[in-house]
Design a protein around this ligand. Structure first.
Ligand code: NAD
Ligand code: UFG
Length: 341
């Protein structure tokens, strides 16, 4: 198939592009590089020996997007492009709604006009809000608790309405839990700009000596060791989930929603200890106050994806940490960042 990947230069996008190429698909990426570097795609080309058609462009630039759909014929779209920092979304809600929601509306209009009705959309476990009714199933009532999460929930609503209005749409909504790890080569991985918001990249930078210590956000939760529990999932397992979803919607109309997680929760302290083991480096930490808006426990019931797609996560926490570390160690400052930045 010929697939358009929006946001394909980013963390999950680059790993999925690699997997799509390995599966024999042709890939065009549109990305404005607001949170990524084109180096990721160059490295994917190096790893696969295949070409990616790269278009530097913004989904908010309707004319640019339209021209791309005029120039090329796509069978399907995998839509990663979006802003994803929870804290930033609370400070700049308009930017988040415009980028994520309006960007998606532009994309859907171009798709419909070009007769492309197959879409895989990156949603998030964040749509379940603070629900601690674990394991989370797809039918859990949604209730995002921050602007970022609400953009995902609104896009899900738009896709539901669109599928109801026009039965030609074939839409897979994938709700990711906590994506971590990197391709086993250590050539591509997560490259956060500035201070990482998420646990794994932060821990990895402490292991690499870029930061002094990890702050554990609260140790008084009602969990086994008192720290927050999440469902970490290897990014290559996530990439495989996209292939499975694309195959599923190739001949099924309607909208489908799947959790992509392992079904297993790990605490902050378990992650610190697993990363210490994988890296062989000390990871000092201190316990700080809770981070506002954090749920104590969040993990998936991923059984619907197994039943419908035949997909399940295969890699465990120790592999997530060792692959993440291989990337971090080989690229201590990411793709293009200078030492000290
Ligand atoms: P990322 O920031 O690495 O990738 C997103 C990419 O989209 C970046 O390359 C960025 O430059 C691009 N982009 C953003 N706005 C754009 C626009 N208007 N036009 C063109 N390109 C644009 O993030 P990621 O971790 O790879 O996440 C991919 C998707 O998965 C996002 O939609 C994110 O919300 C979702 N998601 C991520 C996580 C996570 O923890 N990483 C969890 C759940 C869902
Ligand atoms: N944590 C720390 N210290 C840190 C960072 C995080 O203790 O420096 C803790 C958090 O309190 C939480 C756990 O580590 O208990 C995981 O936190 P992350 O920030 O890595 O992940 P979240 O589950 O909070 O959120 C992430 C993304 C969301 C997404 C969600 C589900 O940031 O956008 O996963 O996919 F919606």
């Amino acid at each position: 198939m010929k697939i358009l990947v929006t946001g394909g230069a980013g963390f999950i996008g680059s790993h999925t592009v690699l997997t799509l190429l390995e599966e024999g698909h042709e890939v065009t990426v549109i990305d404005n590089l607001i949170n990524s570097a084109v180096d990721s795609l160059e490295r994917v080309e190096g790893l696969t020996g295949k070409k990616i058609n790269f278009c530097e462009g913004d989904l908010l630039d309707y004319g640019r997007l339209r021209a791309l759909f005029d120039q090329e014929e796509f069978d399907s779209v995998v839509h990663f492009a979006g802003l994803k920092a929870v804290g930033e979304s609370a400070e700049e809600p308009l930017r988040y709604y415009r980028n994520n929601v309006v960007g998606t509306l532009n994309l859907l209009e171009c798709m419909a006009d070009a007769g492309v009705y197959s879409l895989v959309f990156s949603s998030s476990a964040t749509v379940y809000g603070a629900s601690e009714n674990v394991p989370l199933i797809e039918g859990t009532p949604l209730g995002a608790i921050n602007p970022y999460g609400r953009t995902k929930q609104q896009i899900e609503d738009i896709l539901t309405d669109l599928s109801a209005a026009d039965p030609r749409w074939r839409v897979a909504v994938l709700r990711y839990f906590n994506p971590v790890g990197a391709h086993e080569s250590g050539r591509i991985g997560e490259d956060p700009k500035g201070t990482p918001n998420n646990l794994l990249p932060y821990v990895a930078q402490v292991a690499a000596g870029r930061r002094d210590k990890v702050t554990v956000f609260g140790s008084d939760y009602n969990t086994e060791d008192g720290t927050g529990v999440r469902d970490y999932i290897h990014v290559m397992d996530l990439a495989a989930g996209h292939i499975a979803a694309l195959n599923f919607i190739a001949n099924k109309n309607g909208i489908f929603r799947w959790n992509l997680g392992t079904g297993r929760g790990s605490s902050v302290l378990e992650v610190v200890s697993a990363f210490q083991k994988a890296s062989g480096r000390p990871i000092p930490y201190e316990v700080g106050p809770r981070r506002s808006g954090d749920a104590a426990v969040s993990y998936a019931d991923p059984s619907a994806a197994l039943v419908d797609l035949g997909w399940r996560a295969r890699r465990d926490l120790s592999q997530m940490c060792s692959d993440h570390w291989a990337w971090q160690e080989a690229n201590p400052f990411g793709y293009t960042h200078q030492a000290g930045s």
